[in-house]
Design a binder for this molecule. Structure first.
Ligand SMILES: [Cu+2]
Length: 163
């Protein structure tokens, strides 16, 4: 099953339209952090790469209607998370969405997200010409104990945005 999933993700990247005006975005190693009971939010992480400058302007998933683009960063010595309208990609430069940085936030989850599950995600990119394109991704779910950026520990548990 794992092989099948990985294969699908690779195929999705390869099938991506190669038209000249498109950003030709590739998505590598997409994953979602597993949740525990009662946890209603988690993060999706991946490495994005685009042949042309583009912006990630939205994401969606059948798991929940509440999917946002977030950024975490230290402000006045406190790790803060906020929604951002877009995440900019520079041509040829990989950008990693990771704990402690940019991420796709899945909120209002009705059920736990468990290891072994795959989470379908649709990422929407907008090029400098205003044209939009969607990329389908199958993210694998990794356990809570998956190695994460140490800064993630500064994420306050009370804000309802556990990762
Ligand atoms: Cu978040």
């Amino acid at each position: 099953m794992k092989f099948f999933v990985l294969h699908l993700a690779a195929a999705a990247a390869l099938l991506f339209p190669m038209g000249g005006a498109l950003a030709q975005v590739s998505v590598e190693r997409p994953w979602v952090r597993a949740t525990v009971a009662q946890q209603q939010a988690t993060g999706a992480f991946m490495v994005l790469r685009a042949a042309r400058d583009t912006r990630l302007v939205g994401a969606s998933s059948p798991l929940t209607p509440q999917v946002e683009l977030h950024e975490m960063k230290v402000q006045d010595n406190v790790m803060k998370m906020r929604e951002v309208p877009a995440i900019r990609l520079t041509a040829g430069q990989p950008l990693e969405l990771k704990p402690g940085g940019y991420h796709v936030m899945l909120m209002g989850l009705k059920n736990p997200v468990v290891e072994g599950q795959t989470v379908p995600l649709t990422l929407v990119f907008e090029g400098s010409d205003g044209k939009r394109e969607s990329v389908q991704v199958s993210a694998t779910v990794r356990p809570l104990t998956a190695p994460a950026n140490a800064r993630d520990a500064g994420h306050r548990p009370g804000d309802g945005h556990k990762h």
